[in-house]
Design a binder for this molecule. Structure first.
Ligand SMILES: *Cc1c(COP(=O)(O)O)cnc(C)c1O
Length: 353
């Protein structure tokens, strides 16, 4: 038997959202925070055209896409580093700082990839409990030790949808030592409507130890093609580029991301529609008697405790797949109105034990 790293014995494995079908054949996937919309024809066309070049290796440095992102956000191209999805960029980040003894701090519960990636990098996870469904930035600052190398702040937080605001985030950043990297994971930035929730790109310019993670998977609808990126100062971006597996961002993904930036207005209109549905879903749930934290993302969070698994089953009976984290709660993506109605029917009929 080959010898594997011992961490593989205790590492959690990533559990993807599962499809469910109701008895009468209905199926709504509200478990992975995907966009409910089909890809834009202009993006499909760009991918189809790029397919004619699939016998060639992709541009390893993704020069055109890097320049397009830099231009879109008005940052130097040297500040942009790409990866095959922002999860992979996070893995690259951990590869730049992770080693035995290195500590990585993040809130818990937060994005379920963080523990996995920290383990894989040989780093030690320090999980700081949420307070009232949001990051406890004071406790996170207090958790920093001389061994801390990286802190993730997932804003808005997956799976609770809550967001930290500018004043608290700035005072947290002021407390973080200069040699600790703070990564603002803004996978859901396009869905934020609270004007006090800062855009990380306004926070990083005068903070060399702050970087922002973004993705094409959610608002831009490219979850299946895998493109994400980091924007940070040159030493950070250069380190992340250095540890990228060669050719990680494939040619079709580069073409799709470029076409999506070109069609951004259309995509952001769809985001507006999802945000409207988010308001409707939350208000309906509250009218049903549920407690629902305000969400700045394309999902909502119900703290169900021991009822979590039963709730997910009740949703499945309506054909709705949600993401249960038993025995804490369930995350439910905002889908199209039909999917949301099916979910609201399940929620209305559920009686907590
Ligand atoms: C969905 C999500 C991502 C994006 O992952 P990709 O690898 O870009 O698809 C990153 N961070 C968080 C918190 C997410 O929820």
């Amino acid at each position: 038997m080959p010898r594997f790293r011992t961490i593989l014995d205790t590492m959690p494995s990533y559990k993807p959202g599962k499809a469910v079908v109701s008895a009468d054949g209905r199926s709504f996937k509200l478990s992975s925070n995907e966009t409910p919309y089909d890809p834009l024809p202009s993006v499909v066309d760009a991918v189809a055209a790029a397919a004619r070049e699939m016998h060639r290796y992709p541009d390893p440095a993704a020069v055109r896409l890097t320049e397009a992102i830099a231009g879109r956000f008005d940052v130097p191209a040297e500040h942009v580093a790409l990866g095959a999805g922002s999860v992979t960029v996070a893995q690259q980040l951990l590869a730049t700082v992770g080693e035995p003894g290195a500590e990585v701090i993040y809130a818990w519960r937060s994005f379920e990839a963080y523990p996995l990636l920290a383990d894989l990098a040989g780093a030690t996870s320090v999980k700081v409990p949420l307070t009232g469904e949001t990051h406890d930035l004071d406790a996170m600052a207090e958790a920093i030790t001389p061994r801390t190398r990286l802190v993730f702040v997932c804003n808005p937080n997956n799976p609770t949808g809550t967001a930290v605001r500018r004043a608290e985030l700035e005072s947290f950043l002021d407390r973080v030592p200069a040699d600790v990297l703070v990564v603002l994971d803004e996978a859901y930035r396009e869905y934020v409507r609270d004007v006090d929730v800062p855009d990380g790109l306004t926070l990083y310019p005068d903070r060399p130890n702050v970087a922002v993670l973004r993705t094409f998977s959610k608002a831009y609808g490219l979850a299946g093609l895998r493109v994400g990126y980091l924007i940070g100062h040159e030493p950070v971006a250069a380190a992340v580029r250095k540890v990228m597996v060669p050719f990680a961002i494939n040619h079709l993904a580069q073409a799709a991301a470029l076409a999506s930036l070109a069609a951004e207005d259309e995509l952001l209109e769809r985001v507006d529609a999802v945000v409207k549905e988010r308001t409707r879903v939350r208000e309906t749930l509250i009218a049903q008697g549920w407690t629902v934290p305000a969400s700045e993302a394309n999902f909502i969070w119900l703290r169900l405790g021991d009822d979590t698994a039963a709730f997910a089953e009740a949703c499945a009976a309506e054909g709705v797949a949600v993401r249960p984290f038993h025995p804490e709660g369930a995350r439910v993506s905002i889908g199209d109105p039909d999917a949301n109605d099916a979910f609201l029917t399940a929620a209305a009929g559920f009686s907590p034990r």
